[in-house]
Design a protein around this ligand. Structure first.
Ligand SMILES: C[S@@+](CC[C@H](N)C(=O)[O-])C[C@H]1O[C@@H](n2cnc3c(N)ncnc32)[C@H](O)[C@@H]1O
Length: 222
């Protein structure tokens, strides 16, 4: 295990076993280190931060980075705050991106990470969500959007079943009315329509049983 991931997981040692299990499962089932490695420095918003493991990786990797996590699930926000208490370059807020970060000065962030969150929103809300994120970034600011690809493969079907268990059966993931896994062409169009230039679409599924795809996009225009 990488030293960075080890240090981040140590933050969760004091949490109840169910929460620790959730965070460790997340660490080994999603390519969070690869995502963190592509995130620039400066002010970074982690939108839908959950327990805050990616927030922790971003903050520990670069102490000069200021990481602002937001999530609408009060339980996860409480665990994230507890795990990251005393980490000076982290703030965690409870709410959706519209409720919390919309109060921030427009263009105030150098980067935003949105990891496995968009699919939890109804597709009708994606344009508004992406435009809000676009407005938060400075021109040239980077969005790292990680989603599970809806490519019709067995990995896609397994991921859908797994999400159904987490959202509908166990209630461990708070959905906002959606459950849509899309092919990469469709997501690329949503990003372009919201004013992003898509710089890279990276396959991060190798070694995982989930078809992880990362979209690296930049805010176009002034
Ligand atoms: C699968 S978890 C991913 C958590 C974290 N990003 C990670 O990669 O470990 C999805 C998260 O999205 C959050 N979420 C759901 N609806 C949201 C919304 N409308 N705005 C922001 N976050 C939302 C959930 O509360 C949950 O913590």
């Amino acid at each position: 295990m990488s030293e960075l991931l080890h240090q981040a997981l140590l933050r969760y040692d004091g949490l109840p076993v169910a929460e620790r299990f959730h965070v460790h499962a997340r660490a080994f089932s999603a390519p969070l280190l690869a995502l963190a490695a592509r995130t620039p420095g400066g002010r970074v918003a982690d939108i839908g931060c959950g327990h805050g493991l990616l927030t922790a990786l971003l903050a520990l990797a670069d102490p000069r980075r200021a990481v602002h996590g937001v999530d609408p699930d009060p339980r996860k926000v409480a665990w994230a705050r507890r795990a990251l208490a005393g980490q000076p370059n982290v703030r965690i807020a409870e709410g959706t991106v519209e409720e919390t970060l919309a109060r921030e000065p427009p263009g105030g962030f150098d980067a935003a990470v949105v990891c496995d969150v968009l699919y939890l929103l109804p597709e009708s809300k994606w344009p508004g969500f992406l435009s809000t994120v676009h407005g938060l970034l400075r021109p040239g600011g980077r969005l790292l959007l990680k989603e599970v690809e809806g490519d019709g493969s067995w990995k896609h079907r397994k991921a859908l079943a797994q999400e159904w268990v987490m959202v509908s059966l166990l209630g461990r993931t708070k959905a906002s009315g959606g459950m849509a896994l899309k092919p990469r062409g469709s997501l690329t169009r949503y990003l372009e329509d919201a004013g992003f230039a898509v710089r890279e679409v990276v396959d991060l599924g190798a070694g995982y049983t989930t078809p992880h795809v990362l979209y690296v996009a930049e805010r176009r225009g002034a």
